[in-house]
Every structure is written in C-alpha cells, then in structure tokens.
Design a protein around this ligand. Sequence first.
Ligand SMILES: Nc1nc2c(ncn2[C@@H]2O[C@H](COP(=O)(O)OP(=O)(O)OP(=O)(O)O)[C@@H](O)[C@H]2O)c(=O)[nH]1
Ligand SMILES: [Mg+2]
Length: 421
Amino acid sequence: MKLIESGDEVKKILLMGNPNVGKSVIFSRLTGVYVIASNYPGTTVEFAKGYMRLGSERIEVIDVPGTYSLEPTCKAEQVAVAMLDEAIEQQDGAIVINIVDATNLERNLNLTLQLLKKNIPVVVCLNLWDETKHTGIKIDVAKLEKILGVPVVPTCGISGEGIKELVSRLKEARTGSYSYDEKERWNEIGKIVNQVQKITHRHHTLLERIGDASLKPFTGLPLAVVVLFVSFNVIRFIGEGLIGIVFEPLFEKLWAPLMMNFSRFLGSSGFIHDLLIGKLVGGEIDFVESLGLLTTGLFVPFAMVLPYVFSFYLVLSFLEDSGYLPRLGVSIDNLMHRLGLHGLAIIPMLLGLGCNVPGAVATRVLETRRERFIAATLMAIAVPCMAQLAMIVGLVGRFGAKGLGLVFGTLIVVWLVLGSL
Ligand SMILES: Nc1nc2c(ncn2[C@@H]2O[C@H](COP(=O)(O)OP(=O)(O)OP(=O)(O)O)[C@@H](O)[C@H]2O)c(=O)[nH]1
Ligand SMILES: [Mg+2]
C-alpha cells in the first residue's frame, strides 16, 4: 500500500469520473485561470490542464475525459485509460481524484472499484452532494471511507462546499486496499451500496405533484383553465384594489379640487376649458365623462389602465418564474396544433394580452416563418392588449360575467376559427 505522506509528494492530479459528474466544475475550482486546453496526442479528444498550489508545490491538474469504466468502449474512454496508465508508469507522484455522482452511487462505484485495483493513490470525491439531499439519498461517508480504504469527501462543485476539505485530504490519498473478485464486481458494488446508502422515503411536495399534473393531458387542461381563471381574477383583484385604494382617491381628493379651481380660472367654459377640463357634469368634473385632456385624459391611462397593466405583468412574471408557462405550452399543445402552431405559441399570446408589441417580439421563439406569421396575425386580430382589456373590463364589467363572457367568448371563437382556416 502506497501512502503519500506529505503534500509535497503530490505532483500531479488526474480528475477521473463518469461523464457529467462535475469534473470540469471541480477542475476549475482547484485550478487558477491558466488553463491549457489541448488534444490528446493523435486524437481529437480534448482535455484541460491547469495548475494548483498545495503547500509550496505547484501541482499539475488534468481534467481527464469522462469514462464509465477502465475497459474503454469509445475514443474518449481510451484516452482516459491511456492517461491513467501513463501516470502509473511514470511513477511521478500522480494521484487520482475520483469524482463520483453521489446521487448515482451504484453506477459510479464501478469505476471507483476498478481504480482501487490500480497502483495509484486515490481520493474519492462525492460530488453533487447537494442533490442527494433533494432526492432523499443518505450516504454514510465514514462507513464508505472505511470500506474503500481511501479518503471520501462530499462536495458540491457549483457552490464550492467541501473543496477545502478535499484539498486538505489530498495528501492522505492511497492505493486501494479493497479486494474483490473481478467477476463479482457488480455484486460487490451492490453490497457496498446496501451498507452505506439509505434512500429515505420522501413525500413529493405538493408543488411537485402539481408540476407533474400540469403536464398530463387529463389534469393539465383543467389545471390550465383553473390557472388562467385564478390569474385573471388576481389581476382584477390587484388592479381594482390599486384603483380603489390609490388612484381614485388620488384623483377625487387631490386632482379634482385642483382642476375645479383651474376650471373656474378658465371661466368654466370656452374652447381651452373644454379642451383641458372638458364638460362639467352637474357642475362637477366627471373623470370618465368630462373628456378633457387633464381630466379624462389622465384618469383613463393612469387610474383605469395602468393598474391592470401593472398587475398583469406581476402575475405573468410569477407564472413564468414558477415554470408554469412552458408546462402550459405542453398541455395545450394538441389544441394549438389545430391552429398550425406549437403549444409554445401560447406564451407570445399571453404576452400579447399585456401588450401586442412584446407579444410579437416573443413570436421569435417559434421555429418557422409560417408559425410566426400565424401567431402574430392571430394576436393582432383576436388578442386584446392590456389597454384594450382594461377598457373592455371597464366598459362591460358592469354587466358582470355575462358581458365579459360574451366579449371574450367572441374573441376566443374568432381566434379559433381564424386559426383553423
Ligand atoms: N447541483 C449540482 N450540480 C453540479 C455539481 N457539480 C457539477 N454540477 C453540474 O453538473 C453539470 C456537469 O458538470 P461538468 O463539470 O460539466 O461535468 P463533467 O464531469 O466535466 O462532464 P463531462 O466533461 O461531460 O464528462 C453542470 O451543469 C454542473 O453545473 C454539484 O455539486 N451540484
Ligand atoms: Mg468536463
């Protein structure tokens, strides 16, 4: 058994592991900015080389191509094995950091056990440690370390947790003492995993259940209707709240007296008066019916439209950040196909409800010119923008659900009929 006694003896580190386990992330954590990317001689297989400091030594670190085993099945794996063999042959103080995907212990240990049979010191790094917590996997690190006979360090490459400990334990790297019959390797792995890993039964969170349900057609469509219905009401609730609590009082209590004074100043009539203040209704300013630039002209955009625009984007950004929009795209895909569009096209449509301009810009996500044209045309004709919506709600709202249903029903029918043409 070879034991490296001081950090000074480590001259070279090979980062080895299965593909996609975080080797490159750990590599950049360990090395500085001077990274040399090159091809392995005689191949097109690329690898990166860099340097790190350990004590007073400058150590070469190599990001070896990912491999599932030491019995290569492809070019990249051949290079990985060749690099390992070279390092062993040269006896130049090389060690291996075996990076393991801790959420896939069984598959990853296959390479680990093979590495432990080689005459090179190994440290095992249990990367993606953060993910084990999310997936309910518990690994007894101390026990695994005892079984394998080499240091085992949990890390999270992307946050950098555990990297310090990994570095501090490099000098404890040692050749494996774990012995097993080569033919029984997978059995051995099974035994090890049974001893060190516990998968705690973890209830899916409510959010995950809803997430799954939103993707299945049976539950997805009703859910979509519910989400859109709730969104619509939240938009109305926030918009109406803003109007009732903030804007209307502001206009009625502050702006109206000011304008009344101004109206008197202008002599309560005349062209300028009518232009700026508009007609007085019963001797008072009526912000909806006076129709003056400074009265209705300000009231409609600020106190009737803006609050809805604001609440619309608030709700939309919430839907987007929660990841619901793409899911909606999936569940509505069938319906949208009838219109010659992919489900994804629902996103520009919904954006178009806010303002047709970003909606039209968002049609960029659609693949073909044809789809973009259909989406943009449908939007221009049958998707009212927020300002129009606010007016619709403002004007027809007093007729309640019937009035609104009629208007939107008509729009939806137009949208569907137009789309299917
Ligand atoms: N959650 C989490 N993600 C990680 C961690 N380490 C790496 N990743 C992510 O895993 C992915 C793969 O990381 P890489 O470093 O490219 O993996 P690799 O082993 O170099 O992959 P190949 O070079 O393709 O073999 C990236 O998206 C990383 O951001 C970790 O500790 N936790
Ligand atoms: Mg990589």
